[in-house]
Design a protein around this ligand. Structure first.
Ligand SMILES: [Zn+2]
Length: 487
């Protein structure tokens, strides 16, 4: 039972509101908590209509549309099923939820440490508060809503999915098309690259099995690793997993210090990323880093000093300026030239590279591929059990797009601009009703373009995970019965 301290037990309702803050926390930070407005006054007026930069002046998010979404489309049952992990008693109620609500257009209030005893309580809280954003936190030792009455020794995190957050803003150093919150189909390719590398790594190198990727609704993706072995990882172990995937890409001056004896994970990643570097980065359909002289000169300047002394940069620049060569061909030429230099074959004017210098030049093409394609993780999100992450199936208030699951097998055809929007799915509901009547026996999500996403989520993630849990429970039970002789 929660240990009530005398002072906490005396708290007035106003003090219990101490988990409210006016602005959502910055990314990658633990949340400071300050008292603010009482969020339990049901919001009457909410944010003005927000427009997305892509669909200019289009209404993408209104309180009325959001109400329909929470009344009829948000998958409460699936979320409850997922986050209960087959444990029917005393588990879901210990999960922390956070709501960002907007009682007036000027106010944004962030409420932490919400918890709900069961599915009906969860559903009615969401419908009552109409959060602009829902975040999911850890499972604690006690119900988070009681945390004010509990000491830190008693109230702490117990488990949490291992999560990864990848955001296009972290690619601003290499993006040439957009910056900040803006995205386009060219830079979205970075997300495909990141997902392919991370998904394979988490499965092959760590043996995780129950994983699901979500579009974050605007400019990134989230991965939820839900195996029990992942959920129970300590903060140190989480940091170790996240660091395993990390390359120091944020500092453009800093060498990645790759050696020709490449780590197997990096070697595997390279085999995925180099073809994508050629198809999605070097040319005009991508970042165009080898399309015109201004761009290729920039790239050639990153060659190690010794290579430039050997005249490789000047030689390539001259060659590429002379005739029309495709960006892919330019890359092959440059790589071939470096290979000759480092292997000292067929180079008229041989230079003596020694040790590190030779290796640095040899590794430059690989380092360049990684610099332009390798995942850039916000690892602080992954490191702490206590870090919150936006709930899947939320609607992003700036774009109106639903945070839908992504099929890794079909990741190349995922288009963030085709993700269902709030106005779209609400109008699909209306059209369905006009054509087919209300059809109460058909779940509302099946009447909209969310159907494919929800079915994918059920078929490839939730149902297989539930089957695995069922099997494990049966095995445990059989073991127990064998042990007690209770056949
Ligand atoms: Zn872009």
């Amino acid at each position: 039972m929660p240990a009530l301290t005398e002072s906490n037990a005396q708290k007035r309702p106003a003090d219990v509101m101490a988990d409210v803050m006016e602005k959502p926390p910055p990314r990658s930070s633990s949340t400071p908590i300050t008292p603010s407005i009482n969020p339990y006054n049901a919001p009457k007026t909410k944010s003005a209509v927000i427009t997305s930069s892509k669909t200019q002046n289009a209404v993408v998010f209104t309180p009325e549309l959001l109400r329909v979404y929470y009344d009829r489309l948000f998958p409460y049952e699936m979320m409850y099923d997922w986050l209960s992990y087959g444990v029917t008693k005393d588990f879901f109620c210990r999960r922390e939820w956070s709501f960002t609500i907007q009682p007036t257009p000027e106010d944004e209030i962030y409420i932490r440490y919400q918890s709900f005893k069961d599915l009906p309580e969860f559903k009615s809280a969401v419908i009552k508060r109409q959060p602009n954003k829902i975040d999911i936190g850890a499972v604690f030792t006690h119900q988070p809503k009681d945390h004010n009455n509990l000491s830190k020794e008693v109230f702490h995190t117990e488990e949490r999915e291992l999560v990864f957050d990848i955001d296009l803003t972290d690619y601003d150093g290499v993006r040439t098309c957009c910056s900040g919150a803006n995205i386009c189909n060219k830079c979205w390719k970075y997300m495909n690259m990141a997902i392919k590398v991370m998904d394979e790594g988490l499965k092959t190198d760590f043996g995780f099995n129950n994983m699901v990727w979500f579009y974050s609704g605007r400019r990134g993706v989230h991965c939820w690793v839900c195996d029990e072995s992942a959920r129970t990882l300590s903060n140190d172990a989480r940091a170790a997993v996240a660091t395993y995937f990390e390359l120091p890409l944020e500092n453009e001056e800093k060498s990645l210090d790759l050696t020709s004896n490449l780590h197997p994970m990096l070697a595997r990643s390279l085999s995925v990323l180099e073809p994508m570097f050629l198809s999605d980065i070097v040319g005009d359909n991508g970042m165009g880093i080898l399309t015109n002289q201004e761009q290729w000169v920039k790239l050639l300047k990153t060659l190690p000093e010794e290579a430039r002394k050997a005249g490789i940069a000047a030689e390539m620049d001259k060659e590429w300026s002379k005739r029309d060569i495709s960006p892919e061909e330019k890359w092959k030429m440059l790589k071939g030239r470096i290979e000759k230099e480092t292997k000292k074959e067929g180079v008229k004017k041989q230079r003596k590279f020694k040790g590190d210098e030779n290796e640095r030049l040899e590794m430059w093409p690989i380092e360049t591929v990684f610099r332009h394609t390798y995942p850039r993780l916000d690892i602080n999100v992954s490191k702490m059990q206590n870090h919150l992450l936006k709930s899947p199936f939320c609607v992003h208030p700036k774009t109106g797009r639903v945070c839908i699951p992504m099929d890794v097998k079909k990741i190349d055809s995922f288009d963030p601009f085709n993700v269902p929007t709030l106005p779209q799915i609400v109008s699909e509901l209306e059209s369905y009703a006009k054509e087919n009547g209300e059809a109460k026996n058909v779940p509302d999500w099946q009447k909209t373009s969310l159907k494919e996403s929800m079915q994918f989520f059920l078929k490839t993630f939730l149902n297989p995970m539930k089957n695995e849990q069922r099997k494990m429970r049966m095995e445990e039970k059989a073991k127990e019965e064998a042990f007690t002789g209770d056949f």
